[in-house]
Design a protein around this ligand. Sequence first.
Ligand code: KG4
Ligand code: ZN
Length: 361
Amino acid sequence: MRVLGIETSCDETAASVVALDGGSAPEILSNVVLSQIEEHAAFGGVVPEIAARAHVEALDGIIEAALADSDVSLDQVDAIAATAGPGLVGGLIVGLMTAKAIAAAANKPLIAVNHLEGHALTARLTDGLDFPYLLLLVSGGHTQIVAVRGVGDYQRWATTIDDALGEAFDKTAKMLGLPYPGGPNVEKAAASGDAGRFAFPRPMKGSAQPDFSFSGLKTAVRQAASAIAPLSDQDVADICASFQAAVADALGDRVARALARFRKEFPGKAKPALVVAGGVAANRTIKATLEALCSEAGFAFVAPPQKLCTDNAAMIAWAGIERLRAGMAGENAADFAPRSRWPLDSVSAPLVGSGRRGAKA
Ligand code: KG4
Ligand code: ZN
């Protein structure tokens, strides 16, 4: 089985070919990702119109490169899988319409993939994980804990009631005059900072509601920064370190709760696993916190390679393969309209907020 995947939901233009032959491990034959960071950096964040135009300009070439890298011709792919949501609608239209055109011209089935499902199933591509497992998705647009029970069978156990975690990093960086994207720069500054200098709040810690919240923390950072302005480099480093410690602590509290719930709901699972995905999962302080939690709770800690944790098309192609294999490729994908909001879990009620791209999940 060979599937061409296309991803254009935010600021990465990506295409990939993934193959699954018989009982052997899946193989990523190509994985081409063009980041638009430079186009957006001057604006301190992703500008939807710029993103959509950049996707239009780049996508054809990226698809050609992905096919060339994989040594697979369009005739040899079994299906085209494209992200159909959630995300910025301009980019989704570009990716999905391109995929529809290719599918129609090559007479191949089209699979409309939920971007979040791509993230959710990546650990099966990279680590061959069995269902069920727990997923922590922490990126610029999402902050969710999801019980991954099967293909198309996801239960959201927690989401953010205001900002996404990556968004909190980016806004903190902006406040402190650090460049975009903020996350890696906050982490870098924090390395030489004193995490004990500022006692920032740990939002939701100990709360019976399982969700996340980061806007209060952001406000506390702003107040601390303006109280001691102008900021020296050491002040910035100390704020970053204290912020990061607060985030890791709050995140750890929420995840510990979910691990306990997983144990209760899936008592038969001998070696349960927590999978992390999203750009924020690159943060070493956060990773170390989660790793320690998992080892304490007897969970395997699975962190797919960073390239596959952040937005990419291999995860979309793989979700296509999973759906084909499960007979869940969908009947009328040619008629599928892009969805800027598309919760992975249609059962859990949406919460207000949940990331810079709006209330999506
Ligand atoms: O998954 P991703 O690449 O893209 C989407 O959000 O779709 O995540 C990007 C987010 C940004 O908010 C970025 O600041 C954050 O991940 N990030 C980090 C780190 N690297 C990236 N946050 C904290 N620490 C990092 N090392
Ligand atoms: Zn993503």
